[in-house]
Design a protein around this ligand. Structure first.
Ligand SMILES: [Zn+2]
Length: 255
């Protein structure tokens, strides 16, 4: 019975709000824990540190991060010096963000992003995943399910060792799959909207976003990060167009 009270306490502690949209979030895990698990995964990836496109990626990425700070009420975004941008030796057209500020850009993605504004579209979207703590939220969902099972188990058998092992299993699942699980449709839309604001504030025309996604959709490119749960291309482009006035209003004024 006592464990039910613990569960209730955790659920209350887990309620947070996403920036800008104000959506309620269920976050049980410590952002720092997810960040260190992510760093371990990131260190194993095939990076190309001498790729000539990397400095540009970092430059635009850090501009986006600076533009995002206005919405970082909880201090989720690491300082500029802690961000890591990497070109990943992988022909699939994909990019990803990990908690703690690790951003990976596959070599196969560059063909779809010939301009700085295109890079800003993708980097804006990825930085938005970080500031919204989508990684921690995904892991929390897995931990929450396992906890509920463990609590049910304990209620019948009163076995604290089992509760612990279920916890560990859930955290282990998070370590291997959680950080790279495809995000939900809701997460993708949230990252699209915030990404649009961030790129506009950094001085890039947000109209590049619906144009990028239209091209991407027409090419039939379906990278894992945007896999089955991603909004359909038409929905995504329609939503992005509807958010353009909000984003344009935040563009720096020309002298
Ligand atoms: Zn995404």
């Amino acid at each position: 019975m006592r464990s039910l009270f613990f569960l209730a306490a955790f659920l209350l502690a887990g309620c947070q709000t996403a920036p800008v949209t104000g959506r309620s979030q269920f976050i049980l895990v410590d952002e720092a824990d997810v960040a260190s698990l992510s760093a371990a995964e990131f260190s194993k990836m095939r990076k190309l540190p001498a790729d000539p496109r990397l400095p540009k990626l970092r430059e635009i990425g850090l501009k986006i991060v600076a533009a995002a700070r206005r919405d970082d009420k909880e201090g989720v975004l690491p300082p500029a010096s802690r961000w890591e941008f990497a070109v990943i030796d992988d022909k699939s057209p994909n990019a990803f963000a990990m908690p703690g500020g690790k951003i990976g850009f596959h070599t196969g993605m560059f063909a779809f992003a010939p301009t700085d504004a295109d890079l800003a579209v993708i980097l804006g979207h990825e930085v938005a995943h970080v500031i919204c703590r989508h990684g921690a939220e995904r892991v929390s969902q897995a931990v929450g399910v396992a906890m509920a099972a463990a609590v049910a188990d304990e209620a019948t058998k009163n076995s604290s060792a089992k509760t612990r092992s279920a916890w560990m299993a859930a955290v282990g699942v998070g370590a291997h799959y959680g950080v790279l699980l495809p995000f939900s449709r809701g997460h993708e839309s949230e990252a699209d909207r915030l990404g649009l604001l961030f790129m506009a504030r950094a001085g890039y025309d947000p109209a590049a976003a619906p144009a990028f996604w239209t091209r991407f959709g027409q090419a039939g490119a379906k990278p894992p990060e945007f896999l089955s749960t991603h909004p359909s291309d038409e929905t995504r482009v329609r939503q992005l167009r509807s958010w353009l006035p909000e984003a344009r209003a935040q563009m720096p004024k020309r002298p």
